[in-house]
Design a protein around this ligand. Structure first.
Ligand code: MD6
Ligand code: FE
Length: 200
C-alpha cells in the first residue's frame, strides 16, 4: 500500500455516526444536495453533492474548482460542524483547520471513478474521509492511473486518511453494497471529505 494511506476501521461508534447524520440533515436543509456535471461534456455525476465550510468543491461544464457559494442557491456553504473538526484534529496531524467538507451522496448504482484530489492549492494537508451508511468498495492505487490497486470495503464509521505520498494517489468507489447498513432511512451512503484548500 502507498505510504501515507491510513485506515481507521470503526473509528466512529453508532452514537457518533448518528450525531454526524443529524449534522448532515441540517447542512442539507441550508445547502441542498444537487447533481454536479462533468467538465466539457456536461454529463451528470452519479453522486449528489453539497459542501460545508468556507469553500466548497464544485464541478460543471467550465471545470472543477472551489468556491464560497452553493452553485444552485447562491448562498454561502454552512459551517463545518464541530464534531467533524474534532475528527480532523484527531487524525490529520495538521495544525490548520479544514476549509472544505465535500459531502457525496451515493444512491442506487452511484459510483466514483478513479481520480486524484488535486484541485487544492497545497497538498501538504491530508484529505480525511468519513463513511456513513451502506458499505462501499473503495480502491487505492498509486501516483499513476495504471498502478496496481488495493480494494477495501469501507463501512459506516470508517475513516480514511490520504496524506504524504498517498495524498496524490488514484482512488475511487467501485460500487455501493445496497442494504448493508440501516443508519440512513433512505439507504445509500454519505462520504464526507475534509480538506485544506489554500496555503496557511
Ligand atoms: C468516497 N472518497 O469514499 C470517495 N478522496 O466516496 C474520495 O474520493 C476520497 O476517500 C480523498 C481522500 C479520501 C477519499
Ligand atoms: Fe477523492
Amino acid at each position: 500500500m502507498i505510504k501515507g494511506y491510513q485506515y481507521f476501521s470503526a473509528f466512529l461508534d453508532l452514537r457518533a455516526q448518528k450525531s454526524l447524520v443529524a449534522d448532515l440533515r441540517e447542512i442539507i436543509v441550508a445547502a441542498p444536495l444537487y447533481t454536479p456535471t462533468m467538465p466539457v461534456s456536461g454529463r451528470p455525476f452519479s453522486v449528489k453533492m453539497t459542501n460545508a465550510g468556507s469553500l466548497g468543491w464544485v464541478s460543471d461544464k467550465s471545470g472543477y474548482r472551489y468556491q464560497p457559494l452553493h452553485p444552485v442557491s447562491g448562498r454561502p456553504w454552512p459551517a463545518i460542524p464541530s464534531d467533524l473538526m474534532d475528527i480532523w484534529r484527531e487524525v490529520s496531524q495538521c495544525q490548520m483547520d479544514p476549509q472544505a467538507c465535500l459531502i457525496n451522496y451515493y444512491g442506487n448504482g452511484a459510483k466514483m471513478g478513479s481520480h486524484v484530489d488535486k484541485d487544492e492549492e497545497t497538498f501538504e494537508a491530508p484529505v480525511v474521509s468519513i463513511s456513513l451508511g451502506d458499505d462501499a468498495v473503495f480502491h487505492v492505487g498509486g501516483l499513476k492511473r495504471a498502478d496496481a490497486k488495493t480494494r477495501i470495503v469501507l463501512k459506516s464509521g470508517d475513516v480514511v486518511v490520504l496524506g504524504g505520498l498517498a495524498r496524490l494517489a488514484y482512488h475511487g468507489i467501485d460500487r455501493i453494497k445496497a442494504g448493508t447498513s440501516d443508519l440512513l432511512q433512505e439507504g445509500g451512503r454519505f462520504n464526507l471529505t475534509l480538506r485544506r484548500v489554500t496555503r496557511s
